[in-house]
Structure formats: C-alpha cells, structure tokens
Design a protein. Structure first.
Lengths: 558, 299
C-alpha cells in the first residue's frame, strides 16, 4: 500500500511538472505573434505573410540615392517579408522633426538615423513612456544575439542602461582593429610634413610648448617658398583643435562647460570652473595675438577653411581626415601626438569608444515590437552584421541583382565589385548609396567585417593599406595616440528635474563663459582678467552646477 | 431683427466671401490657443494637454529668475526699438516713388527695391558676412577709418546696426507697397487745388499726401509696436558668434536653445506667452495713446 502510494505520488508529481512545462512553453509561444518565424534566422516573418513597418529615416547629408531602392530595404522586403514604409527626413531637419514627433506623440514604429541623447531617453522613455524599453523583450528565444552581444560588451550595456535599469537603445559595436574603435583617440589634428621640412623640423613635437614653437616656425615661413600667398600655422574645421589642447591640460572633453575627467586630479570636473582654465585661455590668447590661428577664428566657415586646406596654406590641419580636403597629398600628413604639459606630464588623448548608441529607437505604441526586436537580433547575428556592414557577397543570391556585392581585393581586404566596376566612386559611396539603410543600425560591425572576410577565406585581419587614404589616416592616428589613450566620461542619466536645472545652468554659464573667453582671446578684455573668470562663473551658479555634475557622476569611478 | 434679416438677405454674398477666411482664422489661430495651457503645466506628450500635471506659474518664475533674463530683454528691446526707429524710411521712400513721373523708371525702382525681400534669410546672412568680413567692403572701410582689421560681426556694438540696416535694405521696398496703395487713394482734386494755390511739390507732400495716409501710418506703427518683443530668430541665429552674444542673445535664440533643442515645450510656451502678453499690453497702450492724440486707432 505504502509502495503504491509512493508510485502514485511520483507519477502525479511528474505529470504536474510536465503540465507546468507545457504551460510555460505555451506562454512563451503565445507571447510571440503568429506571423513571426521562430524556427530559423530567416525570414523574419513567415512566408505567405507580410508586415509593413512605418519608419522615419535620416541618412547622411551626402546620400543621394532613392532610399526605397537601397539593397537593405529590398532585402528586408523580399527575403524577410518585412516591408518598410519609409519617410525620409533630411539631416538638417531631423532634430526639429524628432521634437515634433515626440511633442505630438505621433511616432512611427521605428526611427532610424536620429540621435537620441540620454536626456531624451529619460524624458521620453523612462518618464514619458513614448520610447519602447527594448530590454523588456530580451529573451533567449527572441533575442539571443542581442543578449550575447551585450554580454560580450558590458561597457556598452552599462552605458545604455537608463536610471530605471532598462535599455531603450541598442549598441553599435565598432570594429576592433588598428585604427578603428577604441584603438585610437578622438583627436583629429594633422601636421603637414612639407611645412615641417621647410621649417627644418624633423620630428613632431610631443609637448605643448614644443607645438606652439612649431606653429611659430610655420608662421615665419616665406609664403612664396610654400607656393602660396599666405600661410596659416593652424586652422581647423568645427574647432577640432580644441580637444587636442584640452587633452594637453588633462581634460577628456572638448567642451569647457561640460563634465570632464581630469587626469591631473583624477576627478570629475567642469574645466571652466578650474583654476588652470585661466592658463588655457592665455594659451589661446597667445595663439591669436601671434597670428598662429586664423584671425577669423570665430567667424570662419567650413567652406573657407577647406579652401585653405586645399590651397596648401595651412601647416597644421584640424579635420576628420586629411584626405577630405587634400586627397592628392594625404600621405604628407602625420597626426599630432599626445602633447604633454605641466598639467599632464605624460600627455593623453581621449579614447574613442568601441561602441556607440545605434541610431534606432522604437515607439512604445508600435504593434510590432517583437518583429523589430527580432530584426535587430538578426542584425547582431554574423550574417546580419555582415549585411549591415558590407552588404551581400558577390554572386550570391542575396545580391538580388541590385548590387554586385563584396569580393576580396588585391590587398586581401574587402572590396566591392560595384566600386571596382566604377558604379560607385569609393567604398563609402557604395555603402551609403547602394547597400546600407543607415550607417549605424544596431549591429556588430566588427563581427560583420571579420565574418565577411571569413566568407572569402581570410581568417586574419589584413594590415592597413597605407596607399588607401582612409587606412592611412587611421594608421597615423593609431601610431601617434596608441600609448596615451584615456577614456572619457560616459554620458549621464539624470532625472527630469536634474536635467532641467542642468540645461538652465549650462546654457547660462556656457553663453557667458564663451563670450568672455572670446573677448579675452581677441583682446577685447584684458587677458590678465582670465584668472577672474572662474570666480565670475561660480557667482553665476557655477557652484550649484558643479555640485549637480558631481551628484550625477557620484557612482562613477575608475 | 427685421433689419438684421434684411441686411443678411441683401449682403449674404459678402458674408459668404468672408466665411472661408473666418474659418481659417478660427481653425488655425483660435483653435490652437488651447495649447497655451502647456505654459502652466509640466507637459508630457504621452499624457497630452488634458492629462499633464498643473504647475501654475513655475515656468514663468523660472524664466524671470534665469540669470540672463534682463540681458535678453535688453537686447531684444534694443534691436526692436532700433528697427522701429527706421519706420519712417518706407514712408519717405513711398512718398518719393509717388513723385516719379516716368512710369518706366518708377517700375524699375520698384522692382529693384522689392527684389531683396524675396531672398531667403540664409542668403541674406551670407551676403552680410561677406560684406562685413575682414576682407569685405565694409571691413575695408573700417580698416581705412580705424587702422584695425576686423570682422565687424565680432564687434558687439555693431551687431544691432548690422541687423537693422540689412533688414531695412531687405524689407523697405516691400513695406512701401501699403503706403503706395494709400497714396493712390489721395484725391486728385486736392492736389490740383493745392497746385492752383501755389503749393510746391514738397508742400503738397507735407500738407496733402502725408495727412491723407496718416491713418495708414498710425495703424502700421501700432501694429509694429505690437511685436516689440518679437525679434526674428533665424537671422540673429545665423549672425551670432561667441564674440557678439552680449548683443545678440535675445529671447528667440534662448527659446530655441531650451525649447527646440532642449525639448522643454512647457517652458518655451511660457516664454512665448510672456512675449505675447507684453506685446499685447504695449499694443493696447499705443492704441489708446494714438486715439487720444490723433483720433486714429485700430479699434
């Protein structure tokens, strides 16, 4: 009898467990829409069914092709059964469009190509409920590749975790090779070696004082010797030289009124609210008064600046890469190394991150959350990452007859048949106007690049091709910066009240500060008063601002 | 009642013509007015206007306590009043153009003076930057006078002049239209009578033309006063740089920074409402003063 009872109990227990398991399985199955294909990587939507997603897309300003004819769009349509109803918005209108969409609560299913700041995520996601918390949909069934990617990139996961513990955006993982991602810094200042040669300088300076002396030597050069009417020692696009000088003072940011890591004091500071900021102003005053930077420093526009670069009139060029304005002489340039000073004896360069926020945001009101997450999960798979980076392989069915695809180039690196055949002028033009939907889809570019090479039988990453302008600039940056990389501060997630107060104080301090600094630099205000500026800013609420910054970074340590 | 019905029956076509305009004003001007509530709320798009939390005057207090509040008001008023001071130029131009006998020459002058109005703000600002740049004509003139080579846009004290006089160049021609229309209504008999009495052309302008168009002048002046705190955003934003913010930071650029860029809709609505209220008060005062002094007013 006892034995019988035990047998019955065991069977009953087993039956209960089995039923519970079935129940769980059926819950998981029911939580995924019927149209989703959960049995394989492709298609996303089962054959015989189709789903249309409303998407707002912002591409780079230089994109010229019809967005609806891009390979990625057709691929999603024909191979994944996902139609995209695309509204394309220009880059210059994207910020306004974003705010209007959010203000009117009239969002499409998906927004691609528009940057969302952490403040936006707090305001419209955490507190506003308009942006979908993607982490609510993470599961091994639906998003295995996303989970794996976040596990492999914990920094990215932490950076994208909002103050409610959820993620609202996904990372774009950059390439992990020399000259890309976190192997180089954010400094983009290059010295024209023809100027160095003319001035009798054989090595790039490694100190701030040495750099200024080099600029003086460039200033002394006879323009006719350089074949130009006038020589400008240092000119840059969009103030790109600022980061170089800020780094030499030990700050990781290019914004004197924003939060920065200070390598000298090993703390979070606001550069304009430190005593040494007076010396920073005096440095710029010296550069301006001696004619070492352009006299129209505050008003020169990018077109004029690039004209000076192209005219070979500038000794030190601040630009994203030399080849952008000087394509024929890109190999005449070297990157400025980390400049040491009394405030930063070892010299430092702010390290680029190995990841960024992907430019993809999902509406909380979408009916297709699971589909979009599954699509993003596909992009994080090896195949998806290859397709996001390089498009389809040449002669594969996935080219769809729209593009010719990637092949192995002569230098054992990826090349594109479309570029080889002259259909596109260069790789970037092919990617932008032929293959990509946007550059920064949620994907793993490193996996995509390595995966594409593997499909071509190449297991080892090729060396940088120094005859290629893009590879060249990456290499010279890597060589100049690799031993001096220091991580910058992550962006903070604040509460709505903190962000409001931060915006007020930042706007007020930065407007006043920038104006007074400009006056001192050009001599409208005595440079001797540079030491007073910190006190003036403190009196305007700088102390409250600093306290707020330090509160927002209270849990940050390194 | 009977009289009203009679009027309606007689003039129904005129009411019908008015109807689309009335509907347009109701839908696009009065309809959205409920949005003003955002200025008193902590507006969240998800909650909508009726669901957002009421915060009263919080945003107005925040605005008034903003450290640069008085600087922005000062700059806005300075530019605005300076613009207003150039008000007579369009009138003088209209009076002068009215005296041109050659119709060909008159049409040419009109075309040349109207044309800048149709240029976009961006193009106008690019032209200004070239003109006042270090190597522009005005930059050279400044160098010749002072011996200093400077981009005039980097000098705060020149900012309002650059802004206002470029605006005069751009809009004067267009502004003459309304005065030309008013001048075309001046009775020919009056002018003839004045001529017979021995009045010179200048005297005709002074004693006949100007009084005839005075009501138009007063009304356009009152309307201009009604936008005393509204200085155009685009042009100032494009001409602004770090060296001239002392003179160029105005309410519009601040609203753009916090409202559009910062996404603080309630706060920027409060600033806009503050703007509108001040403008209305000034408008009412000017109208009252004008009615008392000249008997002419908008209402």
């Amino acid at each position: 009898m006892k034995k019988r009872m035990k047998q019955v109990s065991a069977v009953t227990l087993a039956a209960c467990l089995f039923a519970a398991g079935l129940g769980t399985a059926s819950f998981a199955a029911e939580s995924v829409p019927e149209y989703l294909n959960m049995d394989s990587l492709r298609p996303l939507v089962k054959d015989g069914e189709e789903v249309t997603l409303k998407v707002v897309v912002v591409r780079e300003a230089s994109a010229t092709s019809d967005v609806n004819n891009l390979w990625m769009v057709k691929f999603l349509e024909e191979e994944m059964n996902v139609n995209l109803e695309i509204e394309e918005v220009s880059e210059e209108n994207s910020s306004e469009r974003k705010n209007l969409m959010l203000a009117a609560d009239d969002m499409p299913d998906l927004i691609l190509g528009i940057p969302f700041t952490n403040d936006d995520i707090v305001k419209y996601g955490v507190e506003g409920g308009q942006i979908l918390p993607v982490s609510d949909y993470f599961s091994e069934e639906l998003t295995p590749n996303i989970l794996r990617t976040l596990e492999e990139n914990p920094d990215a996961k932490d950076a994208l975790t909002a103050n409610d513990g959820k993620q609202y955006m996904l990372p774009f993982i950059d390439q992990k090779r020399i000259g890309a991602g976190d192997t180089i810094g954010s400094q983009r200042v290059f010295i024209d070696t023809t100027f160095m040669e003319a001035a009798g300088i054989t090595e790039a300076p490694t100190t701030l004082d040495g750099f200024v002396d080099m600029l003086r030597a460039f200033k002394e050069l006879d323009p006719s010797v350089m074949g130009v009417d006038e020589v400008y020692p240092l000119v840059s696009v969009s103030g790109l030289e600022t980061l170089m000088f800020m780094n030499s003072f030990g700050w990781t940011t290019s914004d004197p009124y924003g939060a920065s890591w200070d390598e000298e004091t090993k703390s979070v500071v606001v550069p304009a609210l430190t005593e040494k900021f007076a010396d920073y102003i005096k440095l710029y005053h010296t550069l301006y008064s001696e004619g070492l930077i352009h006299p129209d420093y505050y008003t020169i526009d990018e077109t004029t600046t690039r004209g000076l670069f192209a005219g070979n009139q500038v000794g030190v060029v601040g630009d994203w890469a030399p080849y952008l304005s000087i394509p024929t002489r890109f190999d005449d340039f070297i990157a400025v190394p980390a400049l040491s000073s009394q405030y930063c004896p070892d010299g430092m360069v702010t390290q680029q991150r190995g990841y960024q926020s992907a430019l993809a945001v999902i509406s909380a009101d979408t009916e297709y959350a699971e589909l979009i997450l599954k699509m993003f999960d596909y992009f994080y798979s090896e195949e998806g990452s290859i397709y996001c980076y390089a498009g389809p392989k040449a002669e594969s069915d996935d080219t769809l007859g729209i593009v010719k695809g990637y092949v192995l180039g002569d230098n054992k690196d990826l090349a594109y048949q479309d570029v080889i055949d002259g259909d596109y002028s260069d790789n970037y033009a092919y990617q932008l106007n032929g293959a990509w939907l946007i550059q920064k889809l949620p994907c793993n570019r490193d996996l995509g690049y390595r995966g594409a090479l593997k499909t071509l039988g190449v297991d080892d990453l090729p060396e940088l091709d120094l005859t290629n302008p893009d590879d060249n600039y990456r290499y010279i940056c890597y060589e100049a910066q690799k031993d001096h990389l220091v991580a910058g501060l992550p962006d903070f997630y604040g509460s709505a009240d903190d962000v409001e107060r931060y915006t007020d104080l930042y706007t007020s301090l930065s407007t006043y500060g920038a104006n007074e600094v400009a006056k001192m630099i050009v001599g409208e205000r005595p440079i001797e008063e540079a030491d007073q500026l910190c006190g003036e800013l403190m009196d305007m609420g700088g102390d409250e601002y600093l306290e707020l910054i330090q509160k927002l970074y209270a849990n940050y340590s390194r | 009642m009977k009289k009203r019905q009679k009027i309606k029956k007689k003039y129904w076509q005129l009411y019908l013509i008015l109807l689309p305009t009335l509907l347009y004003v109701l839908v696009f001007y009065y309809g959205p007015m409920y949005g003003i509530l955002m200025a008193f709320q902590d507006y969240k798009p998800k909650s909508g206007i009726w669901g957002s939390e009421w915060v009263g005057l919080k945003h107005f207090i925040r605005f008034i306590n903003y450290p640069d509040f008085w600087k922005m008001i000062r700059n806005t008023l300075a530019i605005s009043l300076y613009s207003l001071a150039t008000f007579p130029i369009a009138i003088i131009m209209a009076l002068a153009m009215n005296e041109i006998r050659s119709s060909k020459f008159k049409k040419t002058v009109q075309m040349v003076t109207y044309a800048p109005y149709f240029l976009s703000t961006v193009v106008v600002c690019s032209l200004i930057m070239l003109l006042v740049g270090r190597e522009g004509p005005l930059g050279y003139l400044y160098t010749a006078i002072t011996g200093e080579s400077k981009n005039l846009l980097t000098v705060p004290k020149f900012f309002s002049s650059i802004y206002v006089w470029s605006g005069v160049w751009q809009t004067t021609g267009w502004s003459t239209v309304i005065y030309m229309a008013a001048l075309s209504g001046v009775s020919g008999d009056l002018i003839e009578a004045a001529t017979i009495d021995g009045a010179s052309r200048l005297q005709i302008i002074r004693y006949v033309n100007i009084p005839s168009i005075m009501p138009t002048i007063v009304i356009t002046f009152i309307l201009s006063m009604g936008s005393i705190l509204s200085v155009g955003f685009e042009k100032i934003f494009l001409l602004q740089n770090d060296l001239n913010t002392e003179a160029s930071q105005v309410l519009a650029t601040y609203t753009y920074a916090v409202g559009i860029q910062g996404g603080q809709f309630s706060y920027s609505t409060a600033i806009g409402l503050f703007n509108a209220v001040v403008n209305i008060i000034v408008l009412l005062i000017c109208n009252a003063v004008s009615k008392k002094v000249s008997g002419t007013g908008i209402w």
